[in-house]
Design a protein around this ligand. Structure first.
Ligand SMILES: C[S@@+](CC[C@H](N)C(=O)[O-])C[C@H]1O[C@@H](n2cnc3c(N)ncnc32)[C@H](O)[C@@H]1O
Length: 227
């Protein structure tokens, strides 16, 4: 890893929003899953959740264009388990659903710890998810189509969250703990490279509070020649 790449990854990690996430409930078309991950990465989501119907645990790397290396995805069989996991992190659950009970998606405060739940391409979200949610929101539609593509709806939701969080100064400081930064820096982007380093006995260097490497020229030299 070059110092330039390290700097770039560090800058990305400084903007991560560990208290903003997406739950995909049975979203099963791999190009949609990949597109949601790509947008999530773009707004700084650090980890996501996917509930899968039966055994269809397929994620295509294709459209995500590498974003899947940076956004972790936890997998569940039941939506209740995914919601329990985000609740344990103190998040409100905002379900996207086209219904008369839903409020305008812009009327929710996304600066709060938030999980945005997206439903399946054909059937939408389940009654169970609706019952467990804090808010039911919809993106207004005034054309002839009844709904947006799920990845497009996810992008609209995530960029509203991003807009609110930016205005509230939530992108200005590191929100990840040091151990997590260290893991991502050396394993997330380059799992193969990290393996090579381990094989050659090169340890992860310490990071200071600002996420900067505490290591001398020897360490950088060893890293450069580790491949
Ligand atoms: C193609 S839609 C599902 C349509 C399904 N027939 C229904 O009535 O829910 C797939 C998912 O995208 C999201 N979605 C699409 N358009 C939306 C909108 N206008 N407002 C809120 N969510 C939307 C929801 O998460 C939905 O479950």
């Amino acid at each position: 890893m070059s110092p330039e790449r390290f700097k770039r990854i560090n800058e990305m990690l400084n903007l991560r929003q560990p208290d903003l996430t997406v739950v995909m409930e049975n979203v099963h078309k791999s190009h949609n899953v990949s597109a949601v991950i790509r947008t999530a990465d773009a707004v700084g989501v650090h980890k996501m959740h996917a509930v899968w119907e039966s055994s269809k645990r397929k994620m295509s790397a294709g459209l995500a264009l590498g974003s899947q290396n940076w956004v972790g995805v936890s997998h569940y069989d039941q939506v209740a388990d995914a919601i329990k996991a985000v609740r344990q992190q103190g998040m409100q659950v905002v379900v996207t659903n086209l219904s008369e009970q839903a409020i305008d998606f812009r009327d929710v405060d996304y600066t709060q710890p938030t999980a945005i739940l997206m439903g399946q391409e054909k059937h939408g979200v389940t009654e169970e998810a609706l019952a467990l949610a804090d808010h039911q929101v919809m993106i207004p539609m005034v054309g002839m189509a009844q709904s947006l593509n799920v990845s497009v709806a996810a992008a609209v939701m995530l960029y509203e969250a991003q807009r609110q969080r930016q205005a509230a100064g939530r992108y200005g400081h590191n929100q990840l703990d040091i151990a997590e930064r260290q893991r991502i820096l050396f394993e997330g982007g380059h799992p193969i490279y990290a393996k090579a380093c381990r094989r050659k006995g090169i340890d992860y260097p310490e990071l200071d509070e600002a996420g900067q490497i505490v290591a001398g020229d020897d360490w950088w030299q060893a890293m450069r020649t580790a491949k």
